[in-house]
Design a protein around this ligand. Structure first.
Ligand code: ADP
Length: 490
């Protein structure tokens, strides 16, 4: 008998097993992988290292559960989703602590994420009861034409570590609302938040097999997902590199895909902007989750006339950010997720320095007593040039590089001069410019005088190498629904 829970040194009870067909389950081989607290290097738990056989069982459980779940009245599916969300609110503090322990983000951000994650379930509950088909006027009197909306079937989700709960609920909420069943693979670094969600789903009363969570080697699990004929849809959030692999794998069974991939968000401040609001938006957009979100501002463009005034205020705000263990009060920036993340940030900084950028603040690791060596000082770089790494790829760390521009056309050109197209931000008080630039930016999301555009009711997703598909609002529902045409002779 394997143990299904463990308790951390800080007193949190953790579920540590996969959730398949309503049962807590280990790997067939008994193999496990460690989950580490990135702030302290403390081992939090060992979680199952499952392979193809366990993944197959999870998919088969979801396939068996599917017809019953699909045929339940939408009101009942909605009620279960609402109950699931209520339980997340009830356990907000506990879930937030688990998230901070395994992911590192400050507790206040973890609490924010749990509420945000629950909001996708609440929104999906509302959508479940509004899945309307259509009747279509026929060309002859002896026919009636109908378009029915039906769930696609068993869905797999593959999610990253930067939003350990919200990326899961943003996918499984609408999938379950549509009548699909799901197999979810969380990121290796953050399985504990996913298991905690599974426990609440079980308590809410979701039938066995409707929600399954599996951990182990990503490549092996994904091979089963992509080969298994029961899987009809895969929704992925992660890197562009892995997105490309999945798109190739999806060709075999012609799988429906949603791919929410990397970003490289520009943040433009025009000289008619409210500079204080722009600074506030820039801090929110750049430094949330230590700069580790796919819509984080990655490069700043400031119009010359206000450049120094913006930079002074931005620098002052950056210097106020407190770095440390996210479990402590008043912390704004936690650790980076792992050593590779630190290596990337340091590579970007070294490259910027080599190319004569000026480090206005930060630019080095921060050594904190008794903590892992994964904290980076919030950094402001002046003099970014287009050939710098920070100007061409996602840094995924607390680093804000700034370049100046003269004209609106130049700013739009700089912003669009990237293969990525997830989020872009700009600040202006000119209404005509607001329209022009919103339309000109080749991005799926535009924050206009807004550094935090994500919300459950709005469409989230990218263009170009940032992927395709939309999550949020009613927009996500068609990702999990098929349209069936019935031509009825009468
Ligand atoms: P990140 O840089 O955010 O870790 P990844 O794309 O590497 O982005 O990871 C996002 C998710 O994709 C994680 O759940 C990870 O385990 C999974 N993943 C990584 N490589 C593969 C792969 N070859 N096939 C399927 N999933 C993968």
């Amino acid at each position: 008998m394997t143990t299904t829970t463990t308790t951390t040194t800080t007193g949190e009870d953790l579920h540590t097993q996969c959730f398949i067909n309503g049962e807590w389950t280990g790997a067939d081989s008994g193999a496990t992988n460690a989950v580490i607290n990135p702030a302290t290097d403390e081992e939090l738990a060992q979680v199952p290292d499952c392979g193809r056989a366990e993944t197959k069982r999870a998919i088969e459980a979801a396939a068996t559960a599917f017809p019953k779940w699909r045929d339940r009245p939408a009101e009942e599916r909605a009620a279960l989703l609402r109950r699931f969300a209520e339980l997340m609110h009830r356990d907000l503090d506990r879930l937030a602590r688990i998230m901070t322990l395994e992911q590192g983000k400050p507790l206040k951000e973890s609490k924010g994420e749990i509420k945000y994650a629950a909001s996708f379930l609440e929104w999906a509950a509302g959508e479940a009861v509004r899945i309307y088909g259509e009747t279509i006027p026929a060309s002859t009197t002896n026919k009636r034409l109908l378009a029915l909306k039906q769930p696609v079937g068993v869905c797999a989700t593959i999610t990253p570590w930067n939003f350990p709960s919200a990326m899961i609920t943003r996918k499984i909420g609408p999938a379950l609302a549509a009548g699909c069943t799901v197999v979810s693979k969380p990121a290796e670094a953050t399985p504990l938040s996913a298991f905690a969600l599974a426990a609440l789903a079980r308590e809410a009363g979701f039938p066995d097999g409707t929600i399954n969570i599996i951990t182990g080697d990503a490549k092996t699990i994904s091979e089963e997902i992509f080969d298994n004929p029961f899987i009809r849809k895969v929704s992925f959030t992660g890197s562009t590199e892995v997105g490309r692999i999945l798109m190739r794998q999806g060709a075999q069974n012609l799988l429906r895909l949603s791919l929410e991939l990397g970003g490289h968000a520009p943040f433009i401040i025009f000289d008619d902007a409210d500079v204080d609001a722009a600074v506030e938006g820039a801090i929110a957009s750049k430094f949330r989750n230590a700069g580790q979100t796919c819509i984080c501002a990655n490069r700043f463009y400031v119009q010359e006339r206000i450049a120094e005034s913006f930079m002074k205020k931005f620098e002052a705000a950056i210097r106020k950010l407190r770095v440390g263990n996210g479990l402590e009060d008043g912390i704004d920036i936690g650790p980076l997720i792992n050593d590779d993340a630190m290596e990337k940030v340091e590579r970007h900084i070294a490259d910027a320095k080599d190319k004569s950028a000026a480090i206005r603040c930060g630019g080095e690791r921060m050594m904190l007593d008794c903590l892992a060596n994964r904290f980076y000082t919030p950094t402001l770089i002046a003099g970014m040039t287009p050939d710098m790494l920070c100007a061409t790829e996602e840094t995924f760390g607390p680093v804000a590089p700034i370049a100046l521009f003269k004209t609106e056309d130049e700013a739009v050109h700089l912003a669009n001069d990237s293969p990525f197209g997830l989020a872009a931000y700009f600040y202006t008080r000119d209404a005509s410019r607001a329209w022009r630039v919103s339309e000109a930016l080749e991005y799926g999301i535009v924050g206009l005088n807004d550094g935090g555009p994500s919300t459950a009711q709005a469409p989230f997703g990218g263009v170009k190498h940032s992927g395709f598909g939309r999550e949020g609002g009613h927009f996500v529902m068609h990702e999990y629904l098929e349209t069936k045409y019935v031509s009825w002779g009468v």
